[in-house]
Design a protein around this ligand. Structure first.
Ligand code: SF4
Length: 312
């Protein structure tokens, strides 16, 4: 059955979209509500600006929820690799109580950077390692839809799956130890250093499994909103960003992250833009077949690639 994906071209209508998509059903009075978002690496200017998502804080509070912005630290060294500098980066990019009406809580437990181990039963993963502070009563996954060199595009699946993996979880998603010549001497599972060995297909599949495992912790109290704005070739982890590959298209919402990502990539590919060709992300990143993450997520029942687009 096709999943419903709600769409508005009006970039100041996140709150209206929230209502039309019935995302209010996620929230009960007193719920802690994690607003999962990427705060942008210092130097990047394409990340979602706080003013665009601030109305969602108001919506959550009006429903009696207690919203907070959240993201997890990176595996690689940088301004978002520990709780302190990550929090400062979020504040520097405007995600403050004063400006948005909600505080920021970095999802990692600084006393346990390996994160919370959760048993799952997927083709590749039997355990996922998650940054625990985001695992509260309800979650809204707010995604900046853009290109990505390893996964083709970075959408809702990647924002949730890779985004909330702990440092160990991110390492597990990126590694491919059984096929790695370094396996006998490598200490990265102890030192939690970056590893980029895993191939695009493998990493995409593990991202889908992490997204499914994390979503399962919320049962039905998780929803997704994606912004197809400032669609840069690279992700917001970069300290710079390319010119958008297409003009801003709009905001989409759904309970189904697979249908949402499929709708976003279809709208980008249907749009005019500076990148030509039927598949703009494959034109930019020919090695990355972005459909793998969607196929795998569908195969583990996280959602459907079939969708009904409802314009508001
Ligand atoms: S370099 Fe990466 S893939 Fe290779 S053994 Fe180390 S962690 Fe595993």
């Amino acid at each position: 059955m096709a999943s419903k994906v709600f769409f508005t071209k009006e970039l100041d209508q996140a709150a209206e979209l929230f209502d039309r998509a019935s995302l209010r059903t996620l929230i009960s009075k007193g719920d802690q509500v994690a607003l999962k978002i990427h705060f942008g690496e210092p130097g990047n200017h394409a990340y979602i600006k706080p003013e665009r998502v601030k109305p969602l804080v108001r919506k959550v509070r009006d429903l009696g929820g207690k919203p907070f912005w959240t993201d997890a630290n990176t595996l690689y060294k940088g301004k978002r690799s520990n709780n302190e500098s990550h929090l400062q980066t979020a504040h520097n990019h405007g995600y403050t109580m004063n400006r948005t009406g909600a505080d920021v809580i970095i999802a990692d437990d600084p006393d346990n950077v390996r994160g919370l181990a959760i048993s799952v039963n997927y083709p590749l993963c039997n355990k996922i390692h998650v940054a625990p502070r985001a695992l509260v009563q309800a979650m809204l996954v707010i995604t900046h839809f853009k290109g990505h060199e390893l996964t083709g595009f970075g959408g809702a699946l990647k924002n949730l799956g890779m985004g909330l993996g702990s440092k160990l979880g991110k390492l597990k998603m990126h590694q491919d130890c059984p096929n790695c010549p370094e396996v006998k001497t490598c200490k990265k599972n102890q030192t939690l250093e970056s590893c980029w060995v895993g191939s695009s297909p493998l990493v995409q599949q593990k991202i889908a499994e992490y997204a499914a495992g994390i979503a399962a912790q919320f049962k039905s109290k998780i929803g997704f909103i994606s912004f197809i704005t400032d669609v840069s070739e690279n992700c917001d982890c970069y300290a710079h960003n390319s010119a958008p590959i297409v003009p801003d298209i709009g905001i989409l919402a759904s309970f189904d992250p697979v249908a949402l990502d499929q709708a976003c990539v279809d709208l980008v590919n249907q749009s005019e833009g500076r990148i030509k060709g039927p598949d703009k992300f494959r034109t930019i990143w020919p090695e990355a077949d972005w459909s793998i993450q969607l196929k795998h997520a569908e195969s583990i029942d996280l959602g459907s690639r079939k969708y009904e687009l409802i314009k508001i």
